[in-house]
Design a protein around this ligand. Structure first.
Ligand code: SAH
Ligand code: SF4
Length: 378
């Protein structure tokens, strides 16, 4: 089995090339061909010496994940379901807006945290994605969309690690993937435009600050430990006081001077004026500079939870804003294709009764041909 070069950040690729007896600038050229131009065929890389192309052909390949399906929402959001083998699949969502293109990327097949309001959490954990499987989502989306839309310039301007999985429970694979996104020879995304969203893996927040500081979003969802223990079980391990201290520490290294707190609005559970006041007190007590992003709960079967009423969401936002905490309400995108926050279920074996899901998705697939490279895509 040859190496999939999507696995390497630039340093990793330089080491791989050194193993082939090649200098670092060759690795830079190769990295640019792959990530900036979407090339997967070494024969195409005409400014590399023929001898290097021959060596690469024997030792390496560049391959994305097979696409199981692609759905396009009425609002332009696109969701891809990628096959990661063994009956597992992960989802990636592209969200176009007038001033940016955001790609929501998955880090795991399933998730072990098991938040009550999250469809990924309900299906359980299957496995960590490898670095190449994280990078392949961006590589495919960027180059597929460029070809599809006939554009030369960059399409994906922002990446949010808000797809399936808890990125900080897959730290070793995550960091080289982030580095590839940030690298000027790769996707050249600014640190402010790459966001890691976490349910609060405190030791890894501390490590990320040192290894690869990017924008941080923390899924808070509750203003006190009792409620958060129930909604986000990881809170029993890393309670709010530790989490907020880690957030404060992160700010010393972060590319932005605030943490984004995500808060999923659940009717009658965490959306009352008392909850808003507790939140205001909590962030004041810990002195964390933050913004809030309220996410109206996106329902899925078997959650047993209900989305907050729009007036309750508006009143909650108003209270936080009045207290000087900038608060926005996240627009729901792509819910007609089950691509909204918390609706990504992919397919994790069949342990949760979502077994017919891939079959159901296939019935509405737009481009049923399996593809593994952007070139091959329709
Ligand atoms: N595991 C990471 C990132 C993936 S979830 C995390 O938890 O932060 C991305 C965001 O969607 C998180 O804020 C998560 O809490 C939120 N979310 C999950 N399920 C949701 C649902 N059903 N409705 C609305 N938001 C949801
Ligand atoms: Fe995992 Fe995030 Fe879903 Fe919680 S909200 S189960 S951490 S993916």
């Amino acid at each position: 089995m040859t190496a999939n070069l999507l696995e390497f950040d630039l340093e990793g690729l330089a080491a791989f090339c050194a193993g082939l007896g090649e200098k670092r600038f060759r690795a830079v050229q190769l990295f640019r061909w792959i990530h900036q131009r979407g090339a997967s065929d070494f024969g195409q890389m005409t400014d590399l010496a023929k001898s290097l192309r021959d060596k690469l052909a024997g030792a390496a390949h560049v391959e994305a994940l097979p696409v199981i399906s692609q759905h396009i929402s009425a609002d332009g959001t696109i969701k891809w379901l990628f096959d990661v083998g063994n009956g597992d699949a992960v989802e990636t969502v592209y969200i176009p807006e007038s001033d940016r293109g955001t790609l929501c990327v998955s880090s795991q097949a399933g998730c072990a945290v098991g938040c009550r309001f999250c469809s990924t959490g309900h299906q359980g954990f299957s496995r960590n994605l490898k670095t190449w499987e994280i990078v392949a989502q961006l590589w495919f989306a960027e180059h597929f969309l460029r070809r599809h839309l006939g554009r030369e310039e960059r399409i994906v301007s922002n990446v949010v690690m808000m797809g399936m999985g808890e990125p900080l429970q897959n730290y070793t694979a995550l960091v080289p993937a982030l580095k590839t996104m940030l690298d000027d020879h790769g996707y050249g995304l600014s640190r402010r435009r790459v966001t890691v969203s976490t349910s609060g893996v405190v030791p890894m927040i501390e490590r990320l600050a040192l290894d690869c500081p990017v924008a941080l979003a923390v899924s808070l969802h509750a203003p006190n430990d009792a409620l958060r223990n129930d909604l986000v079980p990881l809170n029993r391990k890393y309670p709010l006081a530790e989490l907020l201290a880690a957030c404060k520490g992160y700010l010393a290294h972060a590319p932005r001077d605030f943490i984004t707190f995500e808060y999923c609005m659940l009717d009658g559970v965490n959306d009352t004026p008392e909850h808003a006041q507790q939140l205001i007190d909590l962030v004041a007590q810990h002195g964390v500079r933050c913004k809030f992003n309220l996410i109206p709960f996106n329902p899925f079967p078997q959650s047993g939870l209900v989305r907050s009423q729009a007036p309750a969401v508006a009143a909650f936002a108003q209270r936080l804003n009045d207290a000087g905490i900038v608060t926005t309400v996240r627009k729901t995108r792509g819910d007609d294709i089950d691509a909204a926050c918390g609706q990504l279920a992919g397919e994790v074996k069949d342990r949760t009764g979502v077994g017919s899901r891939i079959a159901a998705q296939r019935r509405v697939v737009l481009h049923p041909r399996r593809q593994s490279t952007p070139e091959a895509a329709p």
